[in-house]
Write a protein that binds this ligand. Structure first.
Ligand SMILES: [Zn+2]
Length: 524
């Protein structure tokens, strides 16, 4: 099937300025780029006044946990409607594969945050994904998953023999074409791993010239897991840990979702960006990805220390416990530079829909109690299972800086929720980058580069990310001038994403989702 994209502004993914011309695809390949293309075509897509780009790539996703569900479609539709054709998956230490056949801990894969329908080896994942994917996936193997395979959530250090078993799982995935691995130092069980285990994992990935993405141990000035006083900002210590692993393993590193939670963390932006650049000048490969939103999703227990969560319900209600807890939450909040007005409720329970989308400080006022008591009440009502959105990851000026920095690429880190308020990043994150670019005067081709060519270069993805003859036909056609989002309505479809082709098949046509699922598991 020959499809001609006629008369658009071609943005090829290199960062070069748009050039008006035609683009021809045949089946799943790009045949010709530029100039006036004559001939017989099965379909002609008029792109006058529009931008024809390589399919956009989301550099950080968790969508590998939804592909084999019966209701998979709803989890991919809003990403395609953002123009995304490929997602880097297996992040934050979680992949739905990398588990021994006879592991006793298969039900724990996903770390409580995600649920894998049928966890198995990477080979099994590739088989199972055939014909089911709406977008292409660039698989990474999660360190948390391989550790769960061996010892579940056990915090005990692994023995050398157990580490060897972990490395066998990593080897299998890398041999079979995974692009690298991921760490998640804020999650169980990755947070428990000792240095020898972390070095071994990164070295194993480096052996195959893979990349390791890292959810760092701290994304704020103060984080649980570090002493409260007498240290440098924890977010900077967390970057040093990533650098240490990079130096020891010689592995290429991607610092995942660079954010600076709470205003107290913002002074770390300069020294951290400088460090990223310094290490690149020294010849290392370390860079990062970021959001277009100033907020992100979290769990309602975010502000609660582990010792409190470990108590029985009766002990939690003790006066002395509550006093100690409240003092701690108060101090942490102050140290972070966050307040109750920065917490929006996403979900409490099916019986408490009235709180969804509400800000904690405002509900507290209405119910005539302190915000702290309101927060604890919501934790109880949700059985400690609630979800929240936390604001002040950055301000608009910070996002502008990151967008203009050479080392950033763009991502969503979002998934579609089954209940409650949606994360706007799952619906609007990429279009919002375009909207911001218009506002800041950043050329459209620079934004596209950070969603295409730059990302494939960094993850070493073949035949994608550029509009080149012989490359695979992932195409996103946008209307940059009329791109718009309404971030006050998080699940509202953005305006300005016209056509999205995945491996030569239209998944979005004139802005409408076609239900096509022609994605593939990509291999290194
Ligand atoms: Zn993460």
């Amino acid at each position: 099937m020959k499809v001609l994209f006629r008369g658009g502004q071609i943005i090829d993914g290199t960062g070069s300025a748009p050039v008006v011309g035609d683009l021809l695809i045949e089946d799943d390949k790009i045949m010709k780029v530029g100039g006036v293309i004559e001939g017989d075509f099965d379909k002609v897509v008029d792109c006058t006044g529009l931008q024809v780009c390589p399919g956009l790539i989301d550099a950080h996703s968790h969508n590998d946990f939804f592909y084999d569900r019966d209701d998979a479609e709803m989890f991919y539709k809003p990403f395609l409607e953002q123009g995304i054709t490929t997602q880097i998956t297996g992040n934050c230490s979680f992949s739905p594969f990398g588990i021994e056949e006879d592991s006793a801990y298969k039900d724990k894969v996903g770390g409580g945050l995600f649920h894998a329908v049928k966890p198995g080896s990477f080979k099994e994942f590739k088989e199972r994904a055939k014909g089911r994917l709406y977008v292409n996936m660039v698989p990474l193997i999660g360190h948390g998953t391989v550790r769960i395979s061996i010892s579940g959530f056990d915090p005990a250090p692994l023995t050398p023999e157990q580490i060897e078993r972990e490395m066998k799982l990593v080897d299998e995935a890398m041999e079979e074409g995974a692009f690298g691995g991921s760490f998640g130092f804020m999650y169980e069980p990755g947070m428990y791993a000792e240095k020898d285990e972390l070095y071994a994992f990164a070295k194993e990935i480096a052996k195959y010239d893979g990349i390791v993405t890292v959810h760092p141990r701290a994304c704020s000035k103060v984080a649980l897991g570090y002493p409260l006083f007498g240290t440098p900002p924890h977010i900077e210590m967390a970057l040093d840990e990533v650098i240490d692993i990079m130096e020891k393993s010689k592995c290429r590193m991607e610092y995942s979702h660079l954010i600076f939670t709470g205003t107290s963390s913002w002074p770390s932006i300069d020294p951290m960006l400088k460090k990223f650049h310094d290490y690149n000048e020294k010849g290392y490969k370390i860079a990062y990805d970021n959001y277009s939103m100033t907020y992100g999703a979290s769990v309602i227990t975010l502000a609660l220390p582990p010792w409190y969560l470990a108590l029985s319900e009766k002990d939690r209600k003790k006066k002395s416990t509550l006093l100690k807890l409240k003092a701690m939450i108060f101090a942490t909040k102050k140290l972070l530079g966050l307040d109750w007005c920065d917490f929006t409720i996403a979900y409490i329970s099916d019986n408490h829909k009235e709180y969804e989308g509400r800000i904690i400080s405002e509900i507290a006022k209405e119910e005539g109690m302190s915000a702290m008591d309101m927060y604890l009440k919501l934790v109880d009502l949700s059985n400690a299972q609630g979800r929240i959105y936390v604001d002040k990851y950055y301000n608009d000026e910070h996002i502008r800086r990151l967008m203009e920095d050479d080392l950033s690429i763009f991502m969503t880190d979002a998934w579609v929720e089954e209940a409650g308020v949606q994360n706007g990043a799952a619906f609007q994150c990429f279009p919002y980058f375009f909207v911001r670019a218009k506002k800041y005067g950043i050329p459209v081709e620079k934004v596209v580069r950070k969603m295409t060519g730059e990302t494939v270069d960094r993850f070493r993805i073949k035949e994608r990310g550029y509009l080149k003859e012989g490359y695979r036909a992932d195409i996103t056609v946008i209307d940059f001038d009329n791109m718009s989002v309404d971030i006050s309505q998080p699940s509202l479809k953005p305006e300005g994403i016209k056509h999205v082709y995945v491996n030569g098949t239209a998944a979005v046509e004139n802005g409408s989702f076609t239900k096509a699922h022609t994605g593939e598991v990509l291999l290194k």
